[in-house]
Design a protein around this ligand. Structure first.
Ligand SMILES: *Cc1c(COP(=O)(O)O)cnc(C)c1O
Length: 412
């Protein structure tokens, strides 16, 4: 055991002794935009220019013809589902390892989430599993580019075309993520983004939906769905909705902050890609772990970093590994969410709405342990460490060093 050194948790020397790099996310750029927003004497997106400018800049950056601003990422996904025509009794295929915001809109449309299994190393939806879940009720595939790593879009788009169903991309964790040189959020029918305070860029809360069909009518439908189904494009306003839509409007204050935040996105994602790839490469040779699968022609912008412990290779539990890593000075989290989404009480009891089994009872759907075995294995064996644009190269080197130290110590 000459290659191992005493762990900090056992009283050995701690790997990371200096604090992780930090920085200011907001500055005078945001303050200037906010002041201008207030001086407009209106904070309503339709009357002011900040949300409009924010979207124009976003469209330019993403080279998309249309996008709509929303009050959150959850709202952006709900809006895309509404625009895609998802309604009562439809099925939407999605990921069991994601933020709650992915499934909320499905259920508010009284549609039924159906969960596809994931690739064991990219943690993204497996196209074969998606296809196996398609029924005559399937209206859309809601894919999640987890942690900023792109889903395998070519086969997913081929499946969608084959069955004539829509693809909605949840890009809440995937700013400037690229699939074979194309930005995610521009490949499916709609791309949904979040600007909540924990995402790559923040407007406090907020979101955007891209409309990729290029059809003006599609844009108008999406726009209206974020604003009570009022038609507010052009000079006159039509306040006679023919179906239900929520109010998910973005305010001028969020738009103002968003304008300044977008300017930092390129740098910030560049840094995250650099640091995340460095971390991933630094662990690749360890057979006791599996690293994140990033295809060579893709770009991951690492909203976080997640590796897995290989069963039978280590003399410690995941809890012990995580505790040892924390003792070395590396903040970490076991898995990503406590359980796969379909094991939540809401799905197990089929109670989205109080005292009702609607819409689950429209089909005979049951959610059971074992539905997506790979996803369950991922959550059982994964350890997540944060990545941040303000981290230094040294921070990442020490993270690698600490993970390697613990891995070698507990290696069988
Ligand atoms: C954050 C997030 C959402 C929801 O975004 P909010 O702005 O918090 O509503 C949806 N999907 C994923 C994958 C997310 O990470």
């Amino acid at each position: 055991m000459s290659h191992t050194s005493k762990l900090a948790i056992h009283g050995g020397e701690k790997t990371k002794t200096t604090p992780f790099g930090t920085g200011k996310r907001f500055g005078l750029e945001e303050a200037k935009e906010l002041l201008e927003a207030l001086e407009q004497n209106t904070l309503f997106y339709h009357f002011g220019n900040k949300v409009k400018k924010f979207l124009a800049d976003f469209n330019e950056m993403y080279k998309v013809p249309y996008s709509v601003a929303t009050s959150s990422g959850t709202a952006a996904i709900h809006v895309a589902l509404g625009a895609a025509g998802v309604t009562v009794g439809d099925e939407v295929i999605t990921s069991p390892i994601t933020d709650q915001g992915t499934v909320i809109g499905i259920l508010y449309q009284n549609a039924i989430p159906v969960f596809a299994d994931l690739d064991p190393h990219s943690y993204n939806m497996d196209p074969a599993s998606i296809e196996a879940r398609i029924t005559s009720r399937t209206k859309a595939i809601l894919i999640v580019h987890l942690a900023g790593n792109p889903c395998d879009m070519d086969p997913i788009m081929a499946i969608a075309r084959k069955y004539n169903i829509k693809v909605i991309e949840d890009c809440a964790q995937a700013y400037l993520t690229e699939y074979k040189g194309r930005l995610v959020g521009t490949i499916g029918d709609y791309g949904c983004f979040s600007t909540n305070d924990f995402k790559h860029i923040s407007t406090g809360d907020g979101g955007m939906v891209t409309i990729n069909s290029g059809e003006e009518e599609d844009y108008h439908r999406t726009h209206a769905f974020a604003d009570k189904n009022y038609k507010r494009i052009g000079a006159s306003v039509d306040r006679t909705p023919s179906s239900l839509a929520p109010n998910y409007r973005m305010t001028e204050l969020q738009g103002a902050v968003g304008i300044a935040q977008l300017k930092k996105l390129d740098w910030l994602c560049g840094r995250r890609t650099e640091l995340g790839n460095k971390l991933n490469d630094g662990l690749k040779d360890l057979p006791q772990l599996t690293t994140m699968k990033i295809q060579p022609d893709n770009r991951c912008t690492y909203w976080f970093y997640m590796f897995r412990l290989v069963d039978g290779q280590l003399n410690c539990t995941r809890v012990e590994f995580g505790a040892a890593l924390a003792a070395e000075g590396i903040d970490n989290r076991l898995g990503y969410i406590p359980s796969v989404v379909y094991m939540q009480p809401m799905f197990q009891n089929k109670h989205a709405y109080l005292d009702s089994h609607y819409p689950f009872n429209l089909t005979g759907i049951n959610y059971q342990l074992g539905d997506c075995p790979v996803s369950e294995e991922i959550l059982r064996t994964a350890i997540q460490v944060p990545i941040n644009e303000f981290y230094t190269d040294q921070d990442i080197e020490e993270t690698i060093e600490a993970i390697r130290k613990i891995t070698l110590y507990y290696s069988k």
